[in-house]
Design a protein around this ligand. Structure first.
Ligand code: MN
Length: 154
């Protein structure tokens, strides 16, 4: 297996060598509300997914879960994150801005996106899992989004 640990040398992946793609491609399953642009850089040998994602105002992911969790680093702009607390039945949300890190636990149901008055760019680091791929669920409702936005303004 060429990707076995120790068989891949140091590697620089330049931005111009990454593919810029729309988050919502026509004809494919939709995982976002609004317009999102992604630069993808999947680095061997670990298969960790690394994406720089640009969310336009109001753009956000659908609710989803990552089998091994996820780390976000906010590069610029202002955004929102929200998780579902399945024990309490609540939906805690927080505002995020440049320089913040966010950690999502394995299988924690959540979404991330821009505020309604700002774009947001984050780098998402998603470990590969033997348990499978990211599990995409329903769209974030306008109600949940506006409640999260109001809370972010407190
Ligand atoms: Mn996520």
């Amino acid at each position: 297996l060429r990707e076995a640990a120790g068989e891949v040398d140091m590697r620089v992946v330049a931005q111009q060598d990454m593919e810029l793609e729309r988050g919502n491609k026509p004809g494919e399953p939709q995982h976002f509300t609004g317009t999102v642009w992604m630069l993808r850089c999947s680095v061997p040998p670990f298969g960790t997914g690394i994406h720089q994602v640009f969310f336009e105002r109001e753009a956000r992911t659908h609710w989803h879960r990552h089998p091994e969790g996820q780390i976000l680093y906010v590069v610029s702009g202002r955004g929102l994150v929200q998780k579902l607390d399945e024990k309490k039945g609540t939906k805690p949300s927080e505002e995020i801005s440049a320089g913040d890190f966010v950690y999502f636990a394995p299988n924690e149901k959540h979404w991330h996106g821009a505020r309604s008055d700002s774009f947001m760019v984050h780098v998402a680091i998603t470990p590969r899992s033997r348990a499978g791929e990211t599990c995409w669920e329903e769209e974030v409702s306008p109600e949940d989004y506006s409640v999260a936005s109001l809370k972010g303004q407190e």
